[in-house]
Design a binder for this molecule. Structure first.
Ligand code: ADP
Ligand code: MG
Length: 140
């Protein structure tokens, strides 16, 4: 498997509870390198663009509101099979279904306030990285 890059967000519920470092440690323990990282505060409109794929879902408005409610930390993770590895470290969307030791099992509050986002494929990883970072900010 090749070295890949994936996009991650430490969501408002986690930054608010001072879990940025604890979550970053989970990535690093799994062999993922944080090659870019910044703390930002999205507007609801910016969150809406990022999550546009979900705009027909009933939770879209609540999701955009939540993502704009507090600062977030956006990161690029690099490593062998990074996209799938990050999804594994994150755990299932619903923390009630997440495996032991995963970020969502340990930290998520609910299916909505679930502490992290991670890209779900190569195309979305590329698009999501480009939405938040310039090439100069990716220091592998
Ligand atoms: P994932 O983040 O695991 O890729 P999805 O892409 O399906 O999950 O959903 C995007 C985000 O929307 C989730 O991480 C979560 O914050 C929110 N979400 C998903 N399903 C629900 C739901 N049933 N109710 C409220 N929020 C939800
Ligand atoms: Mg998703």
């Amino acid at each position: 498997m090749a070295v890949q890059r994936t996009f991650s967000i430490i969501k408002p519920d986690a930054t608010k509870r001072n879990l940025t470092g604890a979550i970053a440690a989970k990535f690093e323990e799994a062999g993922l390198r944080i090659i870019a990282s910044k703390r930002i505060h999205l507007t609801k409109a910016q969150a809406g663009v990022f999550y546009a794929v979900h705009k027909e879902r009933p939770f879209y408005d609540e999701l955009c509101e939540f993502m704009a409610s507090e600062p977030i930390v956006v990161q690029v993770l690099e490593g062998e099979d990074a996209i799938a590895k990050n999804r594994e470290v994150m755990g299932a969307t619903n923390p009630a279904e997440a495996a032991e030791g995963t970020i969502r099992k340990e930290f998520a509050l609910s299916i909505g306030e679930n502490s992290v986002h991670g890209s779900d494929g190569e195309d979305t990883a590329k698009e999501e990285i480009a939405y938040f970072f310039s090439g100069l900010e990716l220091v592998g």
